[in-house]
Design a protein around this ligand. Sequence first.
Ligand code: FAD
Length: 393
Amino acid sequence: MTDEQPELAVGADAFTQAGAGLEVAVVGGGAVGATAAYDLAREGTDVTLYDRGPIASGASGRAAGVCYDAFADPLDADIAGDAIERFRALSGDDTFPFAECPYVWLAREGDAERADAIREQVRQMQAQGIVALEAGPDDLAERFPAIETDDVEVAGIAGAAGYTDPAAYTACLAAAANGAGAALETETPVTVRTDPPRVVREDESVHEVDAVLVTAGARSKSLLADAGYAIAMKPYRVQALVAEADLAEPMVFDATEDFYLRPHPDGLLAGDGTERVEADPDAYDRDANPGFADALVDRVAGRLSDVAIDVDRSWAGLCTATPDRDPLVGELDDGLYVATGFQGHGFMRAPAIGERIASEILGEDGIDRFDPTRFDGDESFEIEAGMTIESDG
Ligand SMILES: Cc1cc2nc3c(=O)[nH]c(=O)nc-3n(C[C@H](O)[C@H](O)[C@H](O)COP(=O)(O)OP(=O)(O)OC[C@H]3O[C@@H](n4cnc5c(N)ncnc54)[C@H](O)[C@@H]3O)c2cc1C
């Protein structure tokens, strides 16, 4: 971490004492845990943010940073809209970059099912006041000359969207939490125990608290299982790459071919490759599969007009799935909270999810639909890809 704490653009002067007298351990310094720690610390809570490695050493350090509010479901849209507003408000030269960039999601000719779904999603988004437009191939080509549209049946265009550097956001929020009074214990793997809530370090020292918040990403399942709690979540592996290319806008999700791309300071970032099998966070291959980058670059090149693409690097990381594809966010037991299961959309929602779980710990209502106890934890379920058109924009 840096010694200098970033000055966040808003809210840093709006501290209250709603959390005064409360002691909370946040286990996991990814985007969600760092945001929650910041929001708890701002309310006067005595917070410690633990990570087994450095800050952002889990999925948040490997994410693509695609952010948008284009969700047809009102709750998802509400959360994503709050998150975008917060990205905008907190970003800046001294904190982290947030580049405004339209998000286009599209179905190809011959893919009538997804095309209809996109039309319906745009209608639902417009009804909720979300800035979303339906576009055919000609409108799309005129608006975005960089993309190839001849094979497009229909696209949605979302205006409240952009991209950022997920590791920079997470480091910034952790540093801001520290600046607001939170202790950071990095390189400190812990286990969790309840009754009373506490975390136990590897040297067996114990930190007893009023509440433990588990934001341990793909490791949340094994961490909670070790404490006696089964959660309905499975980690799964996804891959991404960065390539040299000249692309200013937009971000694109090709729903028919199931890949996404966005501009990147080094050129472009693209991803796909969801593996629908449960991955082991301790043993998964962090490198992309041989052939992944070449195959994806071919598909990306077909979507872009006259853009030369040269792969620079590729990697793999873990996302987390649930049976109904909604996350598990809320209280599992007295003084034990969890936030995981984001289906590949955890980074873009982190500013809002972190804020909401912090409020719940401080006594506000949680998000009913995301209640982690809606499952027993022993459900058998299939892993569905994160960015499929059936469930979101
Ligand atoms: C290639 C890729 C691309 C993605 N693209 C996007 C995207 O464009 N948009 C989007 O919204 N989402 C994206 N995601 C998903 C996103 O990365 C996650 O949903 C999000 O980062 C989850 O954040 P988190 O804070 O819940 O978990 P994580 O970032 O995984 O953080 C968990 C932390 O817990 C720590 N930890 C684990 N166990 C312990 C322990 N016992 N003690 C202490 N610390 C522990 C870990 O070290 C880790 O730092 C992508 C993911 C990948 C892999």
